[in-house]
Design a binder for this molecule. Sequence first.
Ligand code: ZN
Length: 278
Amino acid sequence: MVVASHRARVGALVAALTAGVLVLGSGAWALGAAVFPHEDAASARSRIAVRPSPTASPSPVAVAVQTPSPTPTPTFDKAANSIDDPRSVWVVVNKSRALNPVDYVPPDLVQPPVPNINGQPVRQIVSGPLATMFAAAKSEAGLSLTLQSGYRSYQTQVSVYDQDVAANGQAYADTDTARPGHSEHQTGLSVDISAASGECTLNACFGQTAEGRWLAANAWRFGFLLRYPSDKVPVTGFTYEPWHFRYIGLPLATELHDAGVTTLEEYFGVPGGETYPG
Ligand code: ZN
């Protein structure tokens, strides 16, 4: 459809160009010479002489001819990065898509230069954008953010999940804690963010705080995605988490923002859902 509309624009431009040349009449001497630079003056004159309406004044169409055609937006390459490789910033991990290998450990974990409650690292590629986003929240809106959690290992996730099951039962645990090997936190690309004030930390009401609202509106500018939106629980398989942001890189974050798509599952057309297969 992009091609079709581009063709339509080109067609309109050609029509406008033709019309512009025709209505310019005697004023088209210079244009004729410019359009047909390899003709001698006599042949150019004879062609222009047969054109209709030699006395017509230049119309707005002639002005429109001068407007450069807008550059078509290149189609975003959805295959530019892997969504299966756990090292890829585009990897899609959910209840239907386990990390492979299931006990994957990121190769480049670092401590990001931001306030960090649990002291958990993130991947190198996340560290800079995270710090830049925290600084922007401060400078643009006067908000102080804190990193609540970052990378969690397979073994840590085993403990977190088992504790949730013991406390709340497996059915409940599966709604709010990923099974080991199915957690985005194991990629080192996901962060839980809280307000420095501690208001609504890891609670749905964080979405109504100034910090939560700022993050929801601006995280994409730094390459992050609010991964579990309130209206996409059946798609992502996880309850609304206004504190959980996934680094996906600026190009994809911008693409999702511009396209109005809020989940990786929908954008890449891959399964998610609220139940584990098997
Ligand atoms: Zn999280």
